[in-house]
Design a protein around this ligand. Structure first.
Ligand SMILES: CC[C@H](C(=O)O)C(=O)SCCNC(=O)CCNC(=O)[C@H](O)C(C)(C)COP(=O)(O)OP(=O)(O)OC[C@H]1O[C@@H](n2cnc3c(N)ncnc32)[C@H](O)[C@@H]1OP(=O)(O)O
Length: 253
């Protein structure tokens, strides 16, 4: 795999890292395919916790790769891509092992959706996260808003989506989107050290508690919600407002 790295730590953690730091770990179709492959490997390995992160210190993930997705012009073209990543985030949301988004840096757009699909979110102090899709004239389109309403209160979720603004680590912690802030000089080492405190119980305990979490989630209903989200995003994708916003980003000086 070239755009996604997977590493199994002996401590029971498997780390899946998007490795495109030169473009802030933006997600293209190759990243989607490799994320799927990595999840399959992680599901079968001896780990009991899967950590999702981004390479470098600047960004966790900057969402869809606009340099390629700018060529998706129609609702149909957009919907195909959205369904592909939506299925991956739904798989992640219902993954049989505990999943953790290790927010090493900025998370925007689909990057915020990727973080939302994990069970837990641990952040470095400098993180900024935002569902910026609104500024591009679209909504989330990978399942992020459907899943956000499962992670925080409806009021907080709606405020994050409607404002499309960036939130700091402190704000994310206060509103319960992030549950732990790691101040270690080496963020990932700090994350793994923290997760090791979970391993005082055996793997069966962690899997059982993950199953309790999944018992809370109505998968058929969430699947339906994600399909509706994708349908609405694909419609908005086709608008001139969206295409102009993407052009503006790519042509910014
Ligand atoms: C359904 C999901 C939905 C979709 O697929 O469309 C979305 O995810 S919508 C949201 C799409 N993402 C964005 O709008 C974020 C765009 N990026 C930024 O706002 C910034 O890059 C930021 C805040 C992530 C980081 O800012 P920073 O100043 O640290 O870096 P630069 O902006 O200078 O970027 C460095 C370099 O990376 C390229 N880049 C960054 N993000 C993307 C991206 N999402 N797609 C493609 N390329 C991206 C940026 O153009 C710079 O390249 P360079 O050649 O050096 O100019």
């Amino acid at each position: 795999m070239e755009s996604v790295q997977i590493k199994n730590y002996g401590t029971g953690v498997t780390l899946i890292q998007i490795d495109r730091k030169e473009i802030r770990n933006a997600i293209n179709e190759q990243v989607m395919d490799e994320l799927n492959q990595a999840l399959t490997l992680a599901e079968r390995d001896a780990s009991c916790i899967v950590v999702i992160s981004g390479s470098g210190e600047r960004a966790f993930c900057s969402g869809g790769d606009l340099s390629v997705f700018q060529y998706l012009k129609t609702e149909k073209q957009a919907k195909e891509m959205l369904l592909k990543m939506g299925a991956i985030l739904e798989r992640l949301a219902f993954f049989p092992k505990v999943t953790v988004a290790a927010l090493n840096g900025t998370a925007v757009g689909g990057g915020s959706e990727l973080a939302t699909a994990c069970d837990l979110r641990i952040a470095a102090p400098h993180v900024k996260l935002g569902f910026v899709q609104g500024e591009l004239g679209i909504t989330t389109g990978w399942g992020g808003s459907s899943l956000l309403f499962e992670r925080v209160t409806n009021q907080i979720a709606l405020d994050m989506l409607l404002s499309a603004r960036m939130y700091s680590t402190d704000e994310l912690y206060k509103q319960g989107f992030v549950h732990k802030v790691i101040y270690n000089a080496s963020f990932l080492e700090g994350v793994i050290e923290y997760l090791e405190s979970y391993f005082l119980q055996n793997k069966g305990v962690l899997q059982a508690y993950k199953a309790r979490l999944l018992d809370q989630l109505d998968r058929p209903n969430i699947h339906r919600n994600i399909q509706n989200e994708i349908k609405d995003c694909a419609k908005l994708w086709e608008t001139d407002v969206h295409h102009e916003a993407v052009r503006a980003f790519l042509n910014r000086s």
